[in-house]
Each structure stands twice: as C-alpha cells, then as structure tokens.
Design a protein around this ligand. Sequence first.
Ligand code: PLP
Ligand code: COI
Length: 406
Amino acid sequence: MNMIVTIFVIIFIISELKALKQISSSSSSSSSSYIKSNNNNNNNNKLKSSSSSLYAILKTNTVVGSKNLDWPNLGFEYRQTDSFVKIDYKNGQWGDIHTRTNPYIDIHIGATALHYGQACFEGLKAFHCKDGKVRIFRGKENAARIARSCERICMPPLSEQKFMNAVNIAVSQNLAYVPPYGSGGALYIRPVLFGTGPRIGLQPADEYSLVVMVLPVADYYKGGLKPVTAVVIDEYDRAAPRGVGAAKVAGNYAADLLPNMGAKKAGYPIALYLDAKTNTYVEEFSTSNFLAIDKNGAYVTPKSDAILASITNKSLMELAADEGMKVEMRPIKIDEVMNGVFGEIAACGTAVVVTPVNKIMYKNTVAVIGDKNTSVGPTLKKLYNRVRSLQQGEEEDKFGWMTEVN
Ligand code: PLP
Ligand code: COI
C-alpha cells in the first residue's frame, strides 16, 4: 500500500515540475507556450491540456486587478500586458493556441496584410463583476462578426469555439490587468486576424494568423456619460454602398484617419459620416454607431448596408425593447438631426460605450441636441446604466450575454 502511495507521489511531483518548467519558459520574453486545443475543446479542457493542476492553481490564484495601475485614469491607450494569444493557419487549417510574451512577431515582407490590407479585427471587453468573477460581454457575437469580416475579404474563418477559447485564454493569463470592480474600467480584448502568407499578384494568402491582445482601458471618451460635440464629415466618405463598410476590416480605419485627425484638430472629438451615394443620410461615427431618441421616446438607429453592425447597438436595442420602448432601424436624414427631430443622440460601441452627443456641426451650422441645460437625456442615462450594470454583474444576466472566464 505504502509503495503505491510513494509511486503516486513521485508521478505527481514529476508532473508538477514539468508544469513549472512550462510556466517559467512562457514568462521569458521571447518564448511561446503551447496550449494544445482541438475544435471540441472547452475552456476547462484548456486548463487540463495546457499542463497540470498546478498551472490551474497558479492561474486562479492571480488576484484580479493586482497590477499597480492608476485604474480610474487609464484612458484608452495601448498598454503592454503579460501575454497575448496567437493561432496560425497553415496547410488549410487553424492550428493550436499558443501564448506569447514578446509583443513583436515576425512577418513575411510579402504578407497580404501589409500589401493588400487583408486584415480584420474585433473589439470586446471583459469585466470584473460584483461577485468577484471576470466575465466577457457577448463574445459569441464578436466570433460571428469576425467570421463575416473574414468571408468578405477571403480569409478563413475560425470556429466560434476556437475564437472563444483564444479570448478566454488571453484574459485568464492577464487577470492582474483586469480593472477592479467599481473602477469604471474594463479589460479590452482586441483579436486581429490577418494574411501572413506572401503574394505579389492580387490573391488571398495561404497563411494567416490570429492574435488576441488584451489591455486595461477606461471609456474611449473620458468621463463616462459626459457629452461630446460631433462634426459631420462633408468632404470624405467612410464606406461605399457595396463596399466593405459592414465588415470590421483594417482598411476602413485607415480611410478614416485623415478626416478623423482633421476633425480632432478642429476641436471635434467625434466625427459623423453620411452615406457616400447621396450625402444626405446619417451612417455612423468613425468608431461607433449612431443612435437617437425621438420626441415620442422611440429608439432610432440608421439602416444601411454600409455600416458596422454594432454589438453594443444591438444590445441597447434589446434593452430599449425590454424597457417597453419602440425601436426603429430606418434611414435617417441628416436634416432630421439638424431640425430637432431627436431629443437625445449618442454614439455607441464597445470602446465608447454610450457617449452622448449634445451638439452637431454640419456645414457651419450647429444643432443643439435636447435641453441645453441637461447634459445627458434621461433615456440615454437609463440605457447606459442598464448596459453597465449588466456588464458588471449588478443586474441579473437574463439575456445570457456574459461568459465567465475560467
Ligand atoms: N462602428 C464602427 C465603425 C466601429 O469601429 C465600432 C467598434 O467596434 C462600432 C461601430 C461599434 O461596434 P461594437 O458595439 O460591436 O463595438
Ligand atoms: C471598439 O469599439 O472596440 C472599436 O473597435 C473601435 C476602435 C477603433 C477604438
């Protein structure tokens, strides 16, 4: 009997030593740790397959938000965290999930991402909730959207499960950077999928990578529900009617840099685009959707094939309906905006959350939105509070939007 116990203890010690070796190598700056996964992996399998029980214990022992950061004043800035996740696509299939610590990657000089903009990305957030757990907001929606973006620019999509596993691992390895509950921040998750294989003729690559980086952020526009002044971009278009505006492809953002920087320089923190064909309908802001509350209290948001289907907007529409509000997705004329049809207007998105817009500048005319003595309208305030309390686990997750990180 004693003999059996001794053998068992020896086996256990050897397996734990192996796990320790793996952890120490994954924290050296140039290393990559290997997490075997297949399409049927769930998040628990990830821990089992990545190494042993000790690894899991060490990871769960990480104190959420234990990095010494100025949490209330994070801004929306790049910050390096401990590691990121990388998955490569080669020989017609997506491979295993690796974690890496060195934020530089080698890329072929002929990579299609560099030459032909074959790249797309996502933005989602993990929150430290009231009960102490860390949860991701609507990650499956991002998995579906990145698959749509991939399809539009001829890149191989990856399964929802693999996407969710990659995101889960990136967050769980960086729990120390998740802003503590109550600080107002979140761990921003940025998956980027791009062509790495070389081409010189215009063709899709045969090799790709997905990287998932995470970083702690506050809201994009400082001050949460503080209103901003928008300017309508009159000299440039964001997306053509049958172009790539509905996909979250990198090139859309490159096209917006010049107009966006111009708007900022002129003193407008946020820029609104009109439709490229007639220049009369509202499309969306550079990095967020447009939403408005009309004088009858209905939630109104533009209908157009050229805008990105925002997951925040979708959530707010569902919450508005839940509040008994009428929800309309319809073409919105810029003249309606300028002529006071809407009592409240906001930008919405993962980074901006819900940012009220209290003035809009268009062709040298300024429209004041809502009551100029009230900084934020009551409906926006209500919707903002609901989405934030759901994200932070203060309100019951009755829609099943949150996924626990493990
Ligand atoms: N529109 C654009 C152009 C964006 O970049 C974003 C940001 O992701 C959004 C809308 C908002 O989408 P989501 O709410 O899914 O973040
Ligand atoms: C997001 O809100 O997640 C985005 O991707 C917008 C980004 C350009 C800041």
